[in-house]
Ligand binder design. Sequence first.
Ligand SMILES: NC(=O)C1=CN([C@@H]2O[C@H](COP(=O)(O)OP(=O)(O)OC[C@H]3O[C@@H](n4cnc5c(N)ncnc54)[C@H](OP(=O)(O)O)[C@@H]3O)[C@@H](O)[C@H]2O)[C@@H](O)CC1
Ligand SMILES: Nc1ncnc2c1ncn2[C@@H]1O[C@H](COP(=O)(O)OP(=O)(O)OP(=O)(O)O)[C@@H](O)[C@H]1O
Length: 391
Amino acid sequence: MEKLMEQFLEQSAQAEDSFYRMEEQRLQAEDRRREAEHSRELHMLQMLGQMFSSISSLHLPTPRWSAAVPRLVHAASPVSSDSLRSTSHKGMDDDILSLVKSIIPPLTSKKHKGQDGRIGIIGGCQDYTGAPYFAAISALKVGADLSHVFCTKDAATVIKSYSPELIVHPVLDSPNAVEEIEKWLPRLHGLVVGPGLGREDLLLKTAKEVIEKSKARDIPIVIDADGLWLVTQQPSVIQGYQKGILTPNFMEFTRLYEALHHKPMDSSDYQGSVMQLSVAMGNLTLVLKGEQDLITDGNKVISCSIEGSGRRCGGQGDLLSGSMGVLAHWAHAASAAGTVRSVNPSVVAAFGACSLTRQCNSQAFQRHGRSTTTSDMIQEIGSAFKKLFES
Ligand SMILES: NC(=O)C1=CN([C@@H]2O[C@H](COP(=O)(O)OP(=O)(O)OC[C@H]3O[C@@H](n4cnc5c(N)ncnc54)[C@H](OP(=O)(O)O)[C@@H]3O)[C@@H](O)[C@H]2O)[C@@H](O)CC1
Ligand SMILES: Nc1ncnc2c1ncn2[C@@H]1O[C@H](COP(=O)(O)OP(=O)(O)OP(=O)(O)O)[C@@H](O)[C@H]1O
């Protein structure tokens, strides 16, 4: 009787396994079909855009992106920070903003939940629960449909209590963490690794394996905060991955630069240093955050200097990385559909997220002045997005 029962249980487990396998395949096929549909929509919109721009160019010549792109980037080595300052930022920013606009998926009644992006955040531990929350909620407010946080068990209840909008998985410190997270990867369109991750060896090891698995699935990956600590220890984890973006602040940049070049960076030439580091990382897209955000993929450096404010509260970098997770997905989808050509989609996504963060900072500061916090900036995402990308 016991044997029969065992057999029965084993067979039901097998049947359940095969059901979930088939279900996953079905969902993947469905995703592919919808992505193709989305690409067709993007393509049609692009054609309409071109028709309109050729009509309006009878009155006011507007450069098409392929012609505009070389104008908005700086050739790296010969360019000094003086020449960067003397360039008209307004014109450059407008050109690249129009590229950002072109990657934004249209809102139509034909789509279902998930199609505009399912983003995963790897981070959140006992010490830091705010950072993954800021990143995940920012991804949603920018326009992702679903935002998942993979954090430690003790951080999960806290993060859930901040917001019912987030899907929170208390798995990061479980013995089979990688397996638990890997189950979700087929459903994710973008990954942000590092906000509030902490620097415990075990968590960093899990993050490393998740990055490896995500690369194998060709998922865009933004690495920030403690994820950059991991990259500093083991650059090969992301080196050369074209859908990877690193977003260091000055301190994180310095550490990474010294780890790769075995000498201090030249502090009189940030652009040169940013370029060198990107090249050393295999032309990875890099954003050095600061008074101006410097963005490069090792070929050119562009700067984002949209006015923010003097308020530097913690968490602004998390807003940036969460937003970038979504924009990276949109940019690579647009590139696959042929909507974005002759420009690196990761660079477009990086510029979009930097502009948005700075615009949120400026708007929040106008309302709250010195008491501005990252939560106030998050409240501004909707209107800042509209002002920058939908007007
Ligand atoms: N609410 C939350 O949960 C939040 C949690 N967070 C999470 O905290 C974790 C650790 O991140 P982290 O950035 O504090 O760590 P780390 O890189 O060691 O930097 C520390 C030192 O670097 C310096 N420094 C920093 N910026 C600099 C600059 N631009 N230019 C020059 N120096 C600069 C500065 O040195 P100081 O001024 O003190 O001398 C500072 O002491 C990470 O998981 C992150 O996600 C945050 O996201 C915030 C909101
Ligand atoms: N001096 C500055 N002037 C204007 N904007 C800035 C300045 N420094 C940073 N920023 C803006 O704030 C964003 C976050 O950069 P910051 O250096 O605060 O990141 P971080 O230290 O990683 O943040 P976090 O507190 O989330 O860890 C940047 O993208 C940039 O837009």
